[in-house]
Design a protein around this ligand. Structure first.
Ligand code: NAG
Ligand code: NAG
Ligand code: NAG
Length: 435
């Protein structure tokens, strides 16, 4: 019972971790909220939305802002004081975070647009020389904008910014400082725009519409209500009384990194991607991405372009591309797929290797993934038990046990060590928990 309660707490807790490190502080659910402050759960139209260099998302409305996906409004001049001092204008038109990794002077700066002025902030400090006329920094970009959003190369043709004004989209190439203008009449007029986890969103009223950054194309059923996705509101989306879990109470089920560098951890019914921390660390239900896994996972490993997910005595294999799809014929039994039985605590494959290392209690079993049928080819004991999750990357192996982890240079070092090395602790920067 206690275990269940604890697990449940963790799950709920993590479900709304919006949790870049600095955001976790304002996550206390019992916080007193001043009734005079605007309430974003009433359904606001935002003036601007942008992440900062730490991956914390700021939502702006009038002279207020909200930090992250939950928490109360605060006067925006407390975080960005000059926006107000110089202009006394009470709102911003548009904002975006610069993506220009070749230019460290600008990369990750937040740019704000007010009427015909632009402000550049880094580390919440106004850069020298600002505010400027918009066209000084962004030739041919109009004043009085509606919205702006970064668009890195790969998603746009070059590192770019999309500036919205009415139905026009001015695509600004950061390197050549040139603008191409398109008209996207099928999109609503966006009052703010936001790139989040590789997707692009146009916000209008209390709704949003996802669009393709090159074509403006909308696929899927939009608009959707912001309150179900980008904030925590009673009676919307997740709802309920969630809390960010304390780092000392973290308990992982599995952690893995795929071929393309996407790194996931799994805990109870949620997962979190760790490679997208530039957009903050966010937890989602596992079933959102792997819909058959309704009961969580015991261990996960990646091999070639597939993800092997173990729960009880079953193995689910998913093929990963834009979406994960369960391969036909799965789940299969552990015995049939990997030639072993019993509860699996952790599993990992090291980069460029073809052997999966399966941890069961104090044993590490090796299975050659190129053999058919697969069978256990190695069996060693390890100097610890009750391992929750294991990971092998270019730097070696990390074995997780509760809120701590242990590092080893190789599987040989793990198997041959007489005692566990010094533990490291999971931090908020790593996993979005609360210190
Ligand atoms: C922010 O603005 C409010 C109202 O305009 C003002 O009373 C307050 O002193 C300002 N705070 C800062 C830190 O500038
Ligand atoms: C960011 O600003 C804070 C104070 O506002 C300062 O203490 C800190 O050193 C700054 N960090 C960087 C990287 O400039
Ligand atoms: C929001 O979207 C819904 C459809 O999902 C639509 O019925 C409603 O009119 C929209 N509201 C606004 C303010 O755009």
């Amino acid at each position: 019972m206690e275990l269940l309660a604890k697990t449940l707490f963790l799950c709920l807790a993590l479900t709304l971790t919006n949790a870049a490190p600095a955001q976790t502080h304002d996550a206390a659910p019992e916080e007193e909220v001043d009734p005079n402050l605007p309430d974003r759960c009433e359904g606001l139209e935002f003036d601007a939305i942008t992440p900062d260099e730490k991956g914390i998302t700021f939502f702006f409305k009038g002279s207020y802002l909200w930090k992250g996906f939950h928490g109360p409004a605060q006067p925006s001049n407390e975080s960005f004081k000059e926006l107000d001092d110089l202009h006394n204008i009470g709102h911003v038109d548009a904002a975006f975070r610069m993506h220009d990794p070749d230019n460290t002077d600008d990369h990750d700066h937040i740019y704000f647009f007010l009427d015909d002025k632009v402000f550049s902030y880094y580390n919440h400090t106004l850069e020298d020389g600002y505010p400027k006329e918009i066209q000084e920094d962004f030739p041919d970009v109009p004043s009085h904008l509606d919205a702006a959003v970064e668009c890195p190369k790969g998603e746009c043709a070059a590192n770019s910014v999309l500036f919205f004004k009415g139905h026009d989209v001015h695509v600004y190439d950061i390197t050549t400082k040139t603008v191409k203008t398109k008209s996207w009449h099928h999109l609503p007029v966006c009052t703010s725009a936001f790139r989040w986890l590789e997707h692009y969103y146009c916000f209008h009223g209390h709704n949003f519409t996802r669009f393709h950054p090159l074509t403006g194309e909308v696929s899927g059923s939009y608009p959707k209500d912001i309150r179900n996705y980008f904030m925590r509101c009673p009676n919307f989306g997740h709802g309920g009384d969630y809390q960010v879990v304390k780092c000392s109470e973290v308990k992982l089920d599995a952690i893995t990194s795929d071929d393309t560098g996407k790194t996931y951890f799994f805990a109870g019914p949620i997962f979190m991607r760790l490679d997208t921390s530039r957009d903050g660390l966010h937890a989602f239900p596992i079933t959102r991405t792997w819909k058959e896994l309704t009961d969580g996972v015991d261990a996960v490993f990646s091999y070639t372009d597939k993800m092997y997910m173990i729960k009880d005595d079953q193995v689910f294999i998913y093929k990963g591309a834009a979406h994960y799809t369960l391969i036909e014929g799965y789940p299969k039994s552990l015995k049939e797929e990997l030639g072993l039985e019993g509860h699996v605590d952790a599993a990992f494959v090291c980069p460029n290797e073809h052997t999966v290392h399966i941890i069961q209690g104090q044993k590490m079993l090796d299975v050659d993934l190129t053999a058919t049928p697969r069978a256990v080819t190695g069996d060693q004991s390890i100097p610890m038990s009750d391992i929750d999750a294991g990971f092998c990357g270019p730097q070696g192996i990390a074995v997780f046990k509760g809120s701590q982890y242990y590092k080893y240079g190789s599987t040989m070092m793990l198997a041959n060590s007489k005692m566990a090395p010094r533990p490291h602790i999971i931090t908020s920067e790593m996993m979005g928990c609360r210190d």
